[in-house]
Design a protein around this ligand. Structure first.
Ligand code: C2E
Ligand code: CA
Ligand code: CA
Length: 794
């Protein structure tokens, strides 16, 4: 819509400009023509007036010379001189002849007594008498006089010539009418419309002669009444005339005038034609420029519309849209730039797509792409009534490898794993199978059309393929994996659901160290519970639901209270006392354990300080997990806590399980070394249940071995357990470590351990774990009781 309006705006602008320019031009030209015509008319009229005067003069000269000729005629002279009747006739005939020759309307003779003696027209002569007699003296002196007379409202040119022989014996008078003839002659010479009029004393106009038609003349006299000045305009029978009025003469209060007229329309006719041409040209020009401006506007606006359309298609993701605009001009350049931009965008989008849907490291589809593929094949399977299985695989210890061997090694390892997966599936000729890397060390395999047995077999084959150690840079790495299996339609109806089910099964597989696990709703329930458990744990900390409990550690030789192990309890508002076994493993999995460890250490430091104030100086043992050991900041955090509570690190023993060390020995060792350097004792917890190599043990800065309670609980009855306990004690001592037995439930166990040289014991026999605030009281009771020395006394 906008573009159309641009087009029409351009056209309108052009046309309005053009019309304004043309109309102004026309007006100026018309004004010029008008003044020009007026000027030429008025010049014509001025000239006309001169011509008319000249004509009158000419007539006057004719009359004068005609009259003079007559007065020199000998016959005439003698006839005038005589008084004979015959001579009178001669005079009359001579007068008539001469008058005719010069076209006088009247000739007459006045005698010396100033009486009319002969006249060719008695009626006229009577009207002339008065004026003529007034001219006689002037004529005698100036050899003739000329004047204008008006008789019967008609003007005449009158010449009076004295007849001398040699004295004046009379006067010849000749009159010449100013009439039609003169008007016509005037018209012939000047082509001006000539009208002769007389005006009586009352101002009434009477036309005498005119070259105009009668109706025009009538219309002229009616308009003459109001006319003023010499030059004015008249409207004569529809024609506009510019006229010039000129006085011819006056006689006895009457006036004779000539009105010279020129038709304005006639004078401007040529110009009017020119003007019509001009208008025509203007209209034609307007039309041409209208067309031209429409075309130009289209040329500008249409490519823009087209580009806008292309942009719209680009917006919708159609990168084939080509801006089909050619031209060398700016718009052409814009189109070219547009196309380049489109190519650029297309390329970048392709790249983004590649990055968004492909894993650049392994060149496998990523999670997003896998999900698309999965959903597509679910659609297909639904139509065909087939089933689909998804395997989700997570590598074991990959994080560890990555941390220890470096990221580039980790990347290379992932590439090899991807290669093995592809190779394995290619071997099976399961051509439709799709491998994807979901992220990190997580891979997925899509098996369209497979059934459960098939999926299990393939999972097993993949696991077997990964059993062969990977060799990289002359290093050999053992890498296992956990696989979760879920299928459509058995487990889930859409890709997202299937993936999360496979994931749940995979975590279960890893937790239980079973290679592949098929999804079942029971696992999921567990995982759902886990999720809500994590939220609950966080809330527990905020709501202060954790409690610090402690279990005393006793010197088996003398019965002295040497220390206490800090054990956490969760007082759940609904479930009541929750034991660590129910949430510690989970807290370790999720990383929440770090927060919890800090909390325990904080409370333990508090306790240690309080006890010291009461004169009880014992070591507090705190349990650490794998996640804690991987935290490089841990020693700093601990130092902060110790400082805050004004306790020395030497008042603490940190218990670590063997598996915690083995998960990432390098990093664990670093952390442990720093903690040990601070002054903390280190203890290997649950000793005997892990697979720790003695080599590691030797390298670690350990102070204490804690024999797992599973060996201690039955050692009195079970010879095997007793042997394990004994050799563990020996081993510890041989390595210069202190040995602690946990799970001491009976006097017999105490005695036996004491005999074997075990340094300390911890167990229900001495005390079950108790709330931290009861410890001081318990210690006092213990010291007061016989236990403290009883065993030793025996
Ligand atoms: P553990 O470190 O081996 O702790 C000793 C466990 O043995 C405690 O169980 C204690 O109540 C129990 N025990 C002590 N003497 C006897 C006995 O004579 N007979 C029997 N049958 N059991 C005895 P608890 O408190 O349920 O703790 C279980 C495990 O939870 C602990 O094993 C430890 O691994 C973990 N845990 C407890 N508190 C914490 C903590 O604050 N941080 C961490 N990371 N782990 C903790
Ligand atoms: Ca412990
Ligand atoms: Ca233990």
């Amino acid at each position: 819509m906008r573009f159309r309006s641009l087009e029409s705006r351009i056209v309108t602008l052009f046309l309005v400009l053009l019309v304004v320019v043309q109309v102004v031009g026309l007006l100026v030209i018309q004004r010029g023509i008008n003044t020009n015509a007026r000027n030429s008319i008025s010049a014509e009229l001025v000239n006309g007036a001169k011509v008319f005067s000249r004509l009158l003069d000419q007539n006057a000269q004719n009359l004068r010379s005609g009259a003079r000729l007559l007065t020199r005629d000998a016959g005439f002279l003698s006839a005038v001189g005589s008084t004979d009747e015959d001579d009178r006739a001669t005079i009359e005939s001579v007068l008539a002849n001469h008058g005719r020759r010069i076209k006088a309307s009247l000739s007459m003779l006045i005698n010396a007594e100033r009486k009319v003696t002969a006249s060719t027209n008695n009626e006229q002569s009577a009207g002339l008498e008065k004026m003529v007699f007034g001219m006689l003296d002037q004529a005698e002196q100036a050899d003739g006089a000329i004047g204008i007379a008006i008789v019967d409202r008609r003007p005449y040119q009158v010449v009076v010539m004295p007849v001398k022989a040699p004295i004046t014996i009379g006067w010849v008078v000749m009159a010449f009418p100013i009439d039609e003839r003169l008007a016509r002659e005037m018209h012939e010479i000047t082509s001006l419309q000539t009208t002769i009029l007389t005006e009586n004393a009352k101002g009434g106009w009477l036309p005498v002669a005119s070259t105009l038609p009668a109706s025009a003349v009538a219309s002229m006299t009616s308009q003459m009444d109001g006319a003023s000045g010499e030059v004015f305009d008249l409207n004569l029978g529809g024609d506009r005339y510019s006229v010039r009025m000129m006085r011819i003469g006056e006689d006895d209060g009457q006036r004779a005038v000539v009105v010279l007229g020129r038709s304005i329309d006639e004078a401007t006719a040529e110009y009017a034609r020119l003007e019509r041409w001009l208008v025509l040209l203007t209209v034609a020009g307007l039309l041409v420029s209208a067309v031209a401006s429409v075309l130009t506007a289209k040329r500008i606006a249409q490519p823009l519309t087209e580009l806008a359309g292309t942009a719209k298609r680009l917006e919708q993701g159609d990168y084939k849209a080509q801006a089909d605009v050619r031209g060398e001009d700016e718009i052409g350049a814009l189109a070219v730039a547009f196309n380049t931009m489109r190519d650029g965008i297309a390329k970048r989008e392709q790249e983004i797509r590649r990055l968004a849907y492909w894993d650049p490291l392994t060149n496998l589809p990523n999670r997003a792409q896998f999900l698309l593929l999965l959903n597509d094949s679910i659609e297909l399977a639904r139509k065909r009534g087939e089933s689909i299985y998804v395997l989700m695989m997570d590598l074991d210890r990959f994080k560890h490898v990555n941390d220890v061997m470096g990221h580039s090694f980790g990347d290379a390892l992932l590439k090899q794993v991807a290669g093995r997966l592809l190779h394995q599936l290619a071997n099976r000729r399961h051509t439709a199978a799709q491998v994807a890397r979901l992220g990190g060390d997580e891979f997925a395999v899509l098996l369209p059309g497979a059934d459960l047995d098939h999926a299990i077999v393939i999972a097993a084959e993949i696991l077997r393929a990964l059993e062969t150690p990977l060799s990289l840079d002359e290093q050999t790495v053992d890498i296992g994996a956990g696989i979760g299996i879920a299928g459509f339609p058995e487990h889930g109806q859409d890709g997202e659901a299937l993936l999360s089910m496979a994931e749940v099964a995979m975590y279960d597989a890893k937790q239980r160290s079973e290679g592949a696990v098929v999804y079942s709703s029971e696992i999921d329930k567990g995982s759902e519970q886990s999720l809500s458990l994590l939220t609950e744990l966080r809330h527990a900390l905020e709501r202060n639901e954790f409690r610090l409990w402690v279990q005393p550690k006793i010197g088996l030789g003398n019965g002295h209270v040497i220390g206490a192990e800090a054990l956490v309890r969760w007082v759940h508002p609904v479930r009541g006392n929750v034991f660590p076994d129910q949430f510690i493993p989970f807290a370790e999995q999720t990383g929440f354990i770090r927060v919890l460890t800090q909390w325990v250490l904080e409370r333990s430091a508090e306790l240690c300080h309080e006890l010291a104030m009461r004169g009880i100086h014992i070591k507090i043992s705190v349990n650490l997990s794998t996640r804690d050991l991987l935290d490089q900041e841990l020693p700093f955090k601990f130092a902060g806590i110790f400082a805050r509570h004004q306790v020395s690190p030497g008042s603490f023993c940190l218990e670590i399980t063997e598996s915690a060390i083995m998960d990432d020995p390098v990093r664990a060792q670093q952390t442990l070394e720093r903690l040990h350097a601070m002054g903390c004792d280190l203890s290997i917890d649950d000793f005997g249940t892990g697979y720790s190599s003695l080599a590691y043990l030797k390298r670690l800065p350990v102070d204490e071995l804690k024999i797992d309670k599973s060996f201690v609980l039955n050692m009195v009855e079970d010879v095997g357990d007793a042997k394990i306990v004994r050799s563990t004690i020996d081993l510890g001592h041989n390595m210069g470590l202190r040995v602690v037995a946990e799970g001491v439930e009976s006097r017999e166990a105490w005695d036996m351990l004491a005999r074997l040289g075990c340094d300390q014991g911890q167990g229900y026999f001495m005390s079950r774990p108790i709330a931290a605030d009861q410890l001081a009281g318990w210690v006092e009771t213990w010291r007061a009781s016989t236990h403290a020395t009883a065993t030793f006394a025996e």
